[in-house]
Ligand binder design. Structure first.
Ligand code: AMO
Length: 429
């Protein structure tokens, strides 16, 4: 018999025999009959059974969260929550959930985030938690679709690398390779730039690794980044790609995932491009005038400063034209003022979602910039040689998918939107 999911149960099935499979969410024994709520990934189903069906063998009774299959006839129910129910003819118990369970996945008994992450597989039986990962799944599909439509080719670059891609800090070192230092990739930066030489527009969605010492609600040791790089585009061009991607993504998620969004209490507005753009200098001036904070030219904007900016500028906006010395060696300085660069961060309020810019494509300037930033050009030999093979001008960005998902899902901590987060405190499960 064909398996039916909870969200497929419909009037036309009245009187028909069907099979459902999932976990027991609730059991209510009312004398001669038992109501069992069986839940699957798509929703809950009410099952009416005989009390004897609850006993498995040698007197063991089925418990909440056990895995079951029910065969029975679809009938109308009196429940306000479940207009249709299944009158069980057979109930198979595949495995009994051993109580006490570490958390209650119905969410009736609340648990700390740590306790939930320790029991993540079970936590995902909570419909609100599952909603986050359904949204993430749809977001990934839509991001891929939009970028492919814009002519970007999906690529996979190495995650074990021989030279740092974002400078020396925060690198995870590997000692496996004979006499050679290897690292886990912090980003696909150098590879995605090299690929524009022939493939023109590329994108990659992958995990990256940073030995982040800061224990915040937005930093992880392993995070997923959506990266793009495009030949013959400048910073404005790739900022437009980011705007169009955000608009399409949010519009479609609102249309297709309204149930998940409302479960999470998320009511994000679809922004209309162009997003506001403020320069680093304007941000510094705003912070001085409105909040009395003085920031020296070339200093980074602190968490506190970004929080204040985020209170003034709601939603998505870009901070552009950062001081060159604040940005990595590959960022192109402005033609009219080399102290500033063609760079941007995409913000959502106080939260940095993405950063990017136009890149240097001239080999000798790239080499000098490495030296200026205290890096050894010899370590970048393989990268620098590509720039002598006819490198096109190019630009790109990296978008933190996990951070974006916190905005979409209306949650504060990035760990909520990652299945098995990794940070300085957490390596398991
Ligand atoms: P950047 O270092 O700013 O830029 O990273 C890009 C985006 O990735 C996300 N991110 C993180 N998310 C969670 N935990 C972390 N530890 C973490 N680190 C970064 C952020 C950030 O905005 N190569 C450049 C991008 C480019 O220029 O194309 C880069 O890696 O959302």
């Amino acid at each position: 018999m064909e398996r039916v999911y909870a969200n497929q149960l419909e009037e036309s099935m009245l009187g028909r025999d069907v099979e459902v499979a999932g976990w027991v969410e609730d059991i209510r024994e009312l004398g001669a009959i038992v109501f069992i709520i069986v839940r699957d990934v798509s929703g809950g189903i009410q099952v009416v059974a005989e009390p004897s069906m609850l006993t498995v063998n040698e007197g063991t009774k089925v418990t909440r969260q056990s895995s079951v299959r029910v065969r029975g006839r679809v009938q109308r129910s009196r429940s306000v929550h479940y207009p249709l129910e299944i009158r069980a003819e057979a109930l198979t118990v595949y495995s009994i959930a051993k109580h006490p369970l570490p958390i209650d996945p119905t969410g009736r008994v609340s648990a700390s985030l740590d306790a939930r992450l320790d029991a993540r597989a079970l936590d995902l039986r909570n419909p609100s938690v599952a909603a986050i990962f359904k949204l993430r799944h749809h977001a990934l599909q839509m991001i891929r679709r939009v970028l492919v439509e814009k002519g970007f080719m999906e690529v996979n670059t190495p995650k074990i690398i021989g030279s740092a891609s974002e400078g020396g800090a925060n690198l995870f070192r590997l000692t496996y390779f004979n006499n050679r230092q290897a690292y886990l990739a912090q980003s696909p930066q150098l590879y995605k730039e090299q690929l524009t030489l022939a493939l023109d527009r590329v994108f990659e969605i992958a995990s990256y690794y940073r030995a982040e010492k800061s224990h915040t609600t937005r930093h992880l040791s392993e995070f997923v980044s959506v990266d793009i790089e495009a030949a013959y585009m400048d910073a404005d061009g790739v900022m437009r790609v980011a705007e169009e991607l955000m608009v399409s993504l949010l519009r479609e998620l609102k249309e297709r995932c309204s149930r998940e969004l409302s479960l999470l209490g998320s009511s994000i507005d679809v922004p209309s491009p162009p997003f506001p753009r403020i320069t680093y200098m304007e941000a510094v001036e705003m912070l001085r005038k409105d909040h009395g904070i003085s920031i020296e030219f070339g200093d980074d904007l602190s968490d506190h400063a970004l929080k204040l900016l985020g209170e003034s500028i709601k939603g998505f906006y870009f901070i552009v034209d950062w001081p060159t010395k604040l940005k990595p060696f590959y960022i192109h300085e402005r033609d009219d003022d080399p102290n500033l660069s063609y760079s941007f961060d995409l913000q959502y309020g106080a939260l940095e979602l993405a950063s990017g810019g136009k890149r240097l494509h001239d080999a000798s300037r790239l080499r000098s910039r490495l030296v200026e930033q205290g890096l050894n050009p010899d370590d970048f030999r393989d990268h620098l040689k590509v720039f002598e093979w006819g490198m096109p001008p190019h630009a790109g960005w990296g978008l933190g998918l996990d951070r974006l998902m916190t905005v979409i899902c209306n949650v504060k901590n990035v760990r909520e939107v990652v299945l098995y987060p990794r940070d300085t405190e957490r390596l398991n499960p």
